[in-house]
Design a protein around this ligand. Structure first.
Ligand code: 13P
Length: 247
């Protein structure tokens, strides 16, 4: 089995002063067995990557363009993220889908570009509160999964993050039973599509209000192979506590 994967998403937070926090994280997590990735704003990516040199921690981007180069002002390609030191990239985060109107077809193109460039794509899916209230969460996640994940993906090139939109930044999380129901469903869809071996090797992350206080129970949930952490990844002590829970 591949190691568990714990990814921190700093979103639009962090400047040079946060590099000290990252150094502290690297020190605290020096002996961690799980794979640890920090996705800072693009402005910090290369500097953070240098901080992590000689450690087991890796960096990732928070988004990429689907093209390799071209006239796309303000965009960053997967190859550029790789060049800056990244090994991973988050694509299709719900904030990209809502703030920038990204469709699953666009997310799939981005994931394809990421994998082509040699990055691991972390494809995010998840339902809104309204969709869950209507009992549509599996249908919504199933469609997003089908449309956002490119063909030919495997455990070395792809991770899927289930992030219910209503759990992001709210302090609310689904019950463990609800997380397991969703992750079992995602696993079965991946096995149907990619076969038993690849379908089982693709890591499934849970994201949405993961904190030191709930990380232990989430990490024990069936088919949870890691987590995607927003707010609690900004502080070395809380992110290291979450990493510990996933060991
Ligand atoms: P929070 O952990 O702050 O809820 O954010 C989750 C998230 O969106 C990670 O990508």
């Amino acid at each position: 089995m591949p190691p568990k994967l714990v990814v921190g998403n700093w979103k639009m937070h962090g400047g040079a002063e946060e590099l000290a926090e990252a150094r502290d994280l690297a020190r605290r997590s020096a002996d961690a067995k799980c794979q640890i990735v920090v996705c800072p704003p693009a402005t910090l990516l290369n500097r953070l990557d240098r901080e992590f040199e000689g450690t087991r921690l890796a960096t990732g981007g928070q988004d990429c363009h689907f093209g390799r180069t071209g006239a796309h002002t303000g965009d960053i390609s997967a190859a550029m993220l790789l060049d800056a030191g990244a090994r991973f990239v988050i694509v299709g985060h719900s904030e990209r889908r809502s703030d920038h109107g990204e469709t699953s077809a666009q997310v799939r193109s981005k994931a394809d570009a990421a994998i082509d460039a040699g990055l691991v794509a972390v494809v995010c899916i998840g339902e809104t509160e309204d969709e869950r209230d209507k009992g549509m969460e599996l249908e919504v996640a199933g469609t997003q999964l089908e449309e956002s994940v490119p063909g030919g993906a495997d455990g070395d090139s792809l991770a899927v993050a289930y992030e219910p939109v209503w759990a992001i930044g709210t302090g609310r999380t689904p019950s463990i039973a609800d997380i397991e129901a969703m992750h079992d469903f995602i696993r079965s869809r991946l096995i149907e599509r990619f076969g038993e071996t690849a379908g089982r090797a693709i890591r499934l992350l849970y994201g949405g209000s993961v904190k030191p206080g709930n990380a232990e129970s989430i990490s024990g949930a069936r088919n949870v192979d890691g987590c995607l952490v927003g707010g609690a990844s900004l502080t070395a002590s809380s992110f290291a506590a979450i990493i510990d829970a996933f060991e």
